[in-house]
Design a protein around this ligand. Structure first.
Ligand code: G3P
Length: 219
């Protein structure tokens, strides 16, 4: 499974990308607004930090407007992946951009039928929103499971990758991997929490204490 980081905070991205464990970045208008910075500056900086796909979302809702914005966003860097809402116009724009060789991420996916259309439109990624379905009393992960199972039925024709989004905790990451999601986009705090375990800390403290008693050094 690949890991994208779900933030527009350049400082956070720089710190996490230095680990070599970040395969890409997803942003959305809310995350960009949270930075209080100009969109194009933020995206250019992120694209320079992370060689993998950087999702940049259009704000237009009509086909022509989406295409205009997509082309402008794609000029920022070669690794921009244009994020489009899963609407009829979004699908049309996706189809056109795919034909032009521009990477796309179809976002706000809440039903497997939408994911089928995203694949048909040639989307590079489809983003099922797990946490937001949990928020309204559904089991969001069921959506990821269904999309992965459906896509597996068409290995010859469906190339769209399942990008589990709206990830809120470690359980979501693990369950998305079990379902076969190709990518999870995770908030920085969740990515950091993935390595933490009290028994790891306790075990390490014990090993270090015993090692010190030997009086030896490795280098
Ligand atoms: O990038 C889209 C997505 O991950 C949003 O997450 O937590 O706002 O539902 P959230």
């Amino acid at each position: 499974m690949q890991f994208f980081v779900d933030t527009a905070d350049v400082g956070e991205i720089a710190e996490l990308a230095a680990s070599g464990l970040v395969d890409g970045v997803t942003t959305n208008p809310t995350l960009v607004a949270r930075t209080g910075r100009p969109l194009f500056d933020v995206l250019a900086e992120i694209c320079a930090l992370v060689p993998g796909p950087v999702s940049a979302e259009v704000a237009a809702t009509d086909f022509d407007g989406m295409l205009r914005e997509a082309h402008r966003l794609a000029e920022i860097a070669g690794n921009i992946c244009v994020k489009l809402p899963l609407t009829w116009d979004g699908l049309k724009a996706c189809r056109r951009l795919s034909a032009e060789g521009i990477a796309t991420n179809l976002t706000l996916c809440f039903h497997p039928a939408q994911a089928l259309l995203a694949a048909r439109a040639g989307a590079t990624f489809v983003s099922p929103f797990v946490g937001r379905l949990d928020d309204i009393g559904h089991r969001g992960m069921e959506l990821v499971e269904q999309i992965c199972a459906i896509y597996r039925n068409y290995p010859e024709t469906i190339r769209t990758r399942v990008l589990a989004a709206s990830i809120r905790n470690l359980g979501h990451v693990v369950e998305a991997a079990r379902a076969g999601a190709h990518v999870a986009t995770v908030p920085p705090a969740v990515l950091r929490a993935m390595v933490q375990h009290p028994l790891t800390d306790k075990g390490l403290a014990g090993f270090l204490a015993d090692w010190q008693k030997t009086g030896q050094r490795i280098v």
